[in-house]
Design a protein around this ligand. Structure first.
Ligand SMILES: [Zn+2]
Length: 568
């Protein structure tokens, strides 16, 4: 129990706190920073590391933005906050739904800072939509279901948001169709990522000014840039000459894109820190790291089928020429690829084809549930296997008494799964309760899978192409497939190890655990603000009433995730 009465901080006059600025760089890695620092292209980050303290910051499992930022802002692991991925399997059904901030348990860092009387600013953090009411300003991240980038509905204070946007433009604007990779796309995209960083920097500077004008200078400001993540997904192979997906004919713009984005982010960090005040504690942190992708993709459902754990209805094609899943995929893909995005959205709305329903059919269609003991959503964002348990799943066939035995069979099937040459496909396959604890462990798949690296490069888990009668569980991409895209993964993937850099006068007195992971961030920041950091109160807090996305909102979120390559 906290010894401090819960409401004391809010009303009691108190000494001014030393403010904290957090610069969030999604998917940032020391691998790039270490390579660029000696070239002089990262003057701020290099100097801050030298003057302050830095260490690897370990992500959640899986190392993905939704669970990772949720842990970052709550101090709780996924089993306790309940967010495991962009999507969540619906209990008892072969369906998924899109996760949002109201599905999270536990009070946020922002609510706790507010509760102690500190105004906050938070810009661009994923998994914060719908925005929670705050004292200050919170603008949600790229997953906000708004069609024009971020508009006022993704802000906790729409009036203040509009005031800022009127002066410097919106926080985010849709300037990059990440799905359509035609000739010249990469060259255009590299420039647009830099422009996005500039836009967000201008917005952040104006937001700081506007809050000060209102007599609410934020004591905690968190500004998250997603460009560091996006650039690694699309340009890692160009930046890394050793990547098995490297294209030696890449243009100079492509080869330099990762470095150029880091360089621009370094400048943005410098400008925001200067405006916030150099005597403040300044932290640069990521939600996960990044690295290159291997030439091989793997199909988890095909592996389960090879081992007799999963059966397709009507043979491997799922009912012949056009099973329901094939139809669902075809409908979705046609609409998304052939039609202009606005028209596709319009047709989706008219047809009332909810994104989650289509996505569910694509993931779970064509399976003979009566002969399937285990199945997978086959998403790279949350590799895992569900058991088809009788009484739990709609058409479950595994008896409760057989649960552990079948789970052992699945784990054995995954551990024995190898690449041509004999290297393992799976680094770890574990029971979910070995990975997580807390009240939401049952939202995770029964077996949590971590894919191995193939010679230092990440394998990509993609949906099994059942239409191929000879489909195998491992596939080596052809030379024309190495950039990535549907069925090919992205050419850069996530890593467990992200970054933590703390600088400023208070950096030396921070208690930094070793190894440091995302669960340590909220308590570390609260302590630095002088706020009680016990997690007891956080977990008890039932944060918000649960709100689910409407069909239209789901489409917008699904489109953005698909554009980013997170949905197939
Ligand atoms: Zn990412």
């Amino acid at each position: 129990m906290s010894t401090r009465p819960p409401t004391a901080g809010a009303s009691r006059p108190r000494a001014a706190r030393r403010p904290i600025l957090v610069l969030g760089l999604d998917g940032a890695t020391f691998e790039v920073i270490d390579r660029l620092s000696p070239t002089g292209r990262l003057p701020n980050l290099t100097a801050w590391r030298a003057a302050g303290r830095s260490c690897p910051l370990l992500s959640t499992r899986p190392p993905m933005s939704f669970p990772a930022w949720s842990t970052f802002m709550s101090g709780l692991g996924p089993g306790r906050h309940g967010i495991f991925d962009f999507t969540q399997k619906v209990p008892g059904a072969y369906r998924i739904e899109f996760a949002n901030a109201t599905h999270r348990s536990g009070a946020s860092l922002f609510a706790r800072a507010n509760g102690a009387g500190s105004p906050i600013l938070c810009l661009g953090m994923p998994a914060t939509f719908p925005p929670e009411p705050v004292d200050g300003l919170l603008v949600s991240g790229f997953d906000s279901p708004v069609s024009t980038g971020t508009d006022a509905s993704s802000a906790s204070d729409p009036v203040l948001y509009r005031e800022i946007a009127d002066r410097v433009g919106p926080w985010m604007a849709p300037d990059l169709d990440e799905a359509a990779h035609d000739d010249g796309w990469h060259e255009r995209a590299a420039g647009r990522l830099l422009a996005r960083i500039d836009r967000k920097t201008a917005f952040a500077l104006e937001a700081l000014r506007a809050l000060r004008d209102r007599g609410k200078p934020p004591e905690l400001a968190v500004v998250v840039f997603s460009e560091s993540d996006t650039v690694c997904h699309h340009f890692w192979r160009d930046h890394d000459p050793n990547s098995p997906r490297h294209d030696p004919s890449a243009s100079a713009v492509r080869r330099d894109a990762v470095s150029a984005v880091y360089e621009r982010l370094d400048a943005a960090c410098g400008e925001i820190r200067e405006a916030f005040g150099e005597d403040a504690l300044c932290v640069v942190a990521s939600d996960h790291g990044a690295g290159g992708a291997a030439k091989r993709v793997v199909h988890l459902a095909a592996r389960l089928a090879e081992c007799g754990l999963l059966s397709r209805s009507g043979g491997r094609n799922g009912g012949g020429f056009l099973g329901f899943d094939a139809l669902a995929r075809a409908t979705r893909d046609t609409a998304l690829r052939v039609l202009p995005p606005r028209v596709a959205q319009h047709i989706f709305r008219r047809a009332r084809f909810a994104a989650a329903r289509l996505e569910s059919a694509a993931r779970f269609g064509g399976i003979d549930w009566s002969r399937t003991a285990a199945f997978s959503e086959e998403v790279n964002t949350q590799p895992g296997v569900w058991l088809n348990v009788r009484g739990r799943e709609a058409d479950g066939c595994v008896a409760a008494d057989d649960y552990e035995r079948v789970r052992d069979d699945v784990i054995a099937a995954l551990r024995e799964w190898t690449l041509p040459g004999g290297a393992p496909v799976v680094a770890r396959a574990r029971r979910r309760e070995e990975v997580y604890d807390g009240p939401h462990v049952d939202r995770a798949p029964d077996v949590v899978v971590e894919l191995a690296l193939d010679d230092g490069y990440g394998l990509s888990l993609v949906g099994t192409p059942w239409s191929d009668p000879d489909v195998a569980s491992v596939r080596t991409l052809g030379d024309d497939e190495l950039a990535g895209g549907r069925g090919r993964g992205m050419n850069g993937t996530h890593r467990q190890e992200g970054i933590w850099i703390a600088t400023g006068p208070a950096a030396d007195s921070l208690e930094i655990p070793s190894p440091m992971n995302l669960e340590h961030v909220t308590p570390t920041l609260l302590r630095a603000l002088g706020i009680d950091a016990s997690t007891d109160d956080t977990e008890r807090a039932t944060t918000r009433d649960r709100v689910d996305y409407t069909d239209d909102e789901e489409h917008l979120v699904a489109d953005r995730l698909r554009a980013l390559g997170y949905l197939e």
